[in-house]
Design a protein around this ligand. Structure first.
Ligand code: AMP
Length: 429
């Protein structure tokens, strides 16, 4: 399919051409016609699938057509887009500005953690499309600084993330003050019970559009796992970054504290890096992200929540410094690389205690992730408490060397028996 077959305005098609998009992604070719028909949509799609354009392009088209020829220049919020994080809200707004550059529509973004002043001014000047995080939007609404009574299209992006971050109550409150006769577009990569319930309460007559379900892994990604003790993970990371001359990688850590500790260690090893997480101020996060995008730093270390929604194109490496607890999160994380058909590497560090989590991921993938052996820091800590950094060793193997040896791939490191699968682990097809 071609974008020109989607019946979008010529101004929008020109902006799409300028963006360098050649063809609609699957979620775009499925969702855009349905949204243009005025139907509510439940989109099962993750970051990287092109879902932002899937809802933004038809919204721009519908609003531009509605306003066309009206001499009345008054701007009212006709479309409201909720996003779980400031970073994602900013990115959506950026995309909308790009896609609407040949139109006369105005969009704006509001999010918390920063002064409200500029946002108030932008709202009082008038906008047609508002992108917002739920908490700040609700605050502004309660202060009567914006009106939502003209909203015709309501988008809830990354609904599952809203749930994880405790925003569902705000989302419900906002939904309750909107007119009931509206078009609702909800996107979620996963469908936990609470989201299914939210869908039931917010969407009555809707079309489900599925593209890129969370369990569909990106085929161009080279995945590998290293078995390594927690205490040696930072050393192994330094070795890999140096030996593979990595100049652009996103490293996921489980905790904010872990992200800061790793940043200190990498900096000490002479690696240019920054951390982004919930305790960092909004300007600090933006600076880190923009330095990373410009190539001024090589490694961005992020917690899951801070990294959520960040769009970094052409990312060649993603590291799982810890194995994520939710297998679908693994798919989301590695989806940061290998976008738009490009190749990428997803490298995971797994300690003894994390192995059941790795099995769950392999079960979801339907195949094993190749294990790299012959690295300088083989696992020696076989205790359940290995997160502690290996204080209570029960088995010790001689450490081969501290330097990075050329890796070879095997099913499991030589000399070690792969621990038994947990009971729930069924044989994979
Ligand atoms: P999203 O899933 O919305 O976060 O989009 C992921 C990335 O894909 C963004 O960098 C978009 O600019 C890009 N993108 C969106 N649609 C297309 C398309 N049809 N062709 C190529 N790239 C696209």
């Amino acid at each position: 399919m071609d974008f020109s077959q989607l019946n979008l305005l010529p101004e929008i098609l020109s902006a799409i051409r300028d963006s360098g998009y050649e063809q609609p992604s699957p979620i775009q070719s499925r969702a855009i016609p349905v949204i243009l028909e005025g139907k509510s949509v439940l989109g099962c799609a993750q970051t990287g699938s092109g879902k932002t354009a899937a809802f933004s392009l038809p919204i721009l088209d519908m609003i531009a057509r509605k306003k066309d020829g009206h001499s009345d220049n008054r701007r009212e919020i006709l479309a409201l887009i909720l996003a779980p994080t400031r970073e994602l809200a900013l990115q959506i707004d950026e995309c909308i500005r790009m896609y609407s550059k040949y139109l006369t529509l105005k969009s704006g973004v509001v999010f918390g953690g920063t002064s409200q002043k500029n946002q108030e001014k932008m709202l009082s000047d008038g906008i047609d499309i508002l992108v917002a995080t739920p908490g700040r939007l609700w605050d502004l609404y309660r202060q009567k600084l914006l009106k939502l009574n003209k909203v015709e299209i309501f988008v809830i992006d990354e609904a599952d993330r809203m749930l994880d971050m405790g925003f569902i109550a705000d989302v419900r409150r906002i939904s309750d003050v909107l007119v009931s006769k509206r078009q609702t577009l909800m996107f979620s990569a996963t469908m936990p019970d609470e989201i299914v319930e939210l869908i039931g309460s917010m969407l009555s007559d809707y079309v489900t559009v599925e593209a890129d379900p969370a369990s569909s892994e990106v085929k161009t990604i080279d995945q590998r796992v290293y078995f390594v003790d927690t205490a040696n993970k930072h050393r192994l990371l330094v070795d890999i970054i140096k030996s593979e001359r990595i100049s652009s990688a996103l490293v996921f850590t489980r905790t904010k504290h872990g992200a800061d500790a790793l940043t200190r260690r990498l900096t000490k090893a002479g690696i240019k890096c920054r951390a982004i997480h919930g305790d960092k101020s909004q300007p600090a996060r933006q600076v880190a992200l923009s330095k990373f995008k410009k190539g001024e730093i090589d490694i961005l270390i992020a917690t899951e929540i801070a990294a959520r929604g960040i769009d970094i194109e052409n990312l060649p490496y993603v590291f799982n410094y810890n194995i994520p607890e939710d297998p679908e999160m693994y798919i989301h994380r590695i989806g940061r690389t290998g976008r738009a058909g490009a190749s990428g590497s997803a490298i995971s560090f797994c300690n003894y205690e994390e192995q059941p989590l790795l099995y769950d991921i392999e079960k979801l993938l339907g195949h094993k992730i190749p294990v790299i052996e012959g690295h300088g820091y083989p696992m020696t800590d076989f205790t359940a408490d290995s997160r502690s950094g290996g204080q209570n060793k029960t088995v010790s193997l001689p450490q081969t060397s501290g330097s990075f040896a050329p890796p070879t791939v095997s099913k499991f490191p030589k000399g070690l028996t792969r621990p038994r699968r947990p009971r729930s682990f069924k044989k994979m097809k």
